[in-house]
Design a protein around this ligand. Structure first.
Ligand code: PDD
Length: 286
């Protein structure tokens, strides 16, 4: 079935949606994005995603083409028009289409491009992978230095996923200066003696919206949290490991570079966090 998508103010069948070949998102990866999950037909942590979007746009001196209220309406309209019960909404805003290819930014009155589409994913919350856990491989982090901005420059993460796939793994954890930064499209965590460890915020990682919520619920549940760098060796020797993202929520990691983490099966901390996170976020969904 053809989806209804949103492009620059219009709801259109996906086959009729178009952007210019001069769009700076296409030519320079000059754009930012957000992925928001949908459960029970409602948006999970929309406010968090809207706030990060505004921050990403601000860091790149990019105009915001819609108000956050309008953005919420567009999200809801797409969920309704496409009958999404469980799935994702992808949003991308670029610096728009200049008249030609030019490294310099186009004039300030150039309208930004805004595109949104839905991805229906029945069973997203009941993912079988959450029961079995995933396997990761470690790779060098070769991305640019402003990973806190959610740009559409995703070639290295795509390469990382392919390296992982070729090694029979599900994802890659990226390592810089001997320490894990994050997964290719998720934040990375280990658990040792009951303490949850995840890298501190900075320009080296994306400030995950799921990360913020998971750390909040962990602290509310009196779990100990340390925000600091950790090594792959430390991760392999941990009791548990897991990742978080809007599309995977809390997902256990059971193997790193071919070595089992803990018992090699999903651990109790990740399972509890997943349950509490999903429970709280469903209640707060809008
Ligand atoms: N990825 N780190 C990176 C590099 C990411 O791309 C993402 C999200 C995260 C987790 O952020 P959040 O919890 O806000 O989803 C961390 C999205 C899901 C994607 O690219 O599909």
């Amino acid at each position: 079935m053809s989806r209804t998508v949103y492009v620059n103010g219009e709801y259109l069948p996906e086959s009729e949606a178009k952007v210019s070949i001069f769009d700076r998102g296409f030519l320079f990866a000059d754009g930012v994005y957000e992925v928001t999950s949908v459960l029970d037909g409602k948006l999970i942590d929309f406010e968090g995603h809207a706030a990060r979007l505004q921050r990403s746009l601000g860091e790149l001196d990019m105009a915001t083409p819609v108000t956050m209220d309008e953005l919420l309406e567009i999200h809801r309209e797409l969920v309704a028009r496409n009958g999404i019960e469980e799935g994702l909404i992808y949003l991308q805003i670029t610096r728009g289409a200049a008249a030609d290819r030019d490294f310099a930014y186009p004039p300030e009155d150039t309208p930004p491009t805004i595109v949104l589409f839905t991805q229906s994913k029945p069973g997203l919350a009941e993912s079988p992978a959450a029961k079995t856990g995933i396997k990761v491989i470690s790779i060098e982090d070769q991305r640019w230095g402003r990973r806190d901005i959610k740009t559409v420059q995703l070639l290295y993460p795509s390469m990382g996923k392919m390296i992982a796939k070729a090694a029979g793994c599900d994802d890659a954890w990226m390592v810089e200066d001997g320490h894990v930064t994050e997964g290719t499209s998720n934040n990375a965590y280990i658990v040792k003696d009951g303490t949850i460890v995840t890298r501190h915020l900075g320009t080296e990682i994306l400030h995950g919206i799921t990360r913020a919520a998971v750390l909040r619920v962990a602290r509310e549940a009196q779990m100990k949290v340390e925000e600091r760098p950790f090594t792959i060796e430390e991760a392999k020797a941990a009791d548990e490991a897991f990742i978080t993202s809007a599309s995977s929520f809390v997902m256990p990691v059971v193997e790193i570079d071919g070595e089992a983490v803990g018992s090699g099966t999903p651990g109790p901390v990740a399972a509890r966090l997943r349950e509490v996170y999903l429970d709280e976020m469903r209640k707060a969904a809008i």
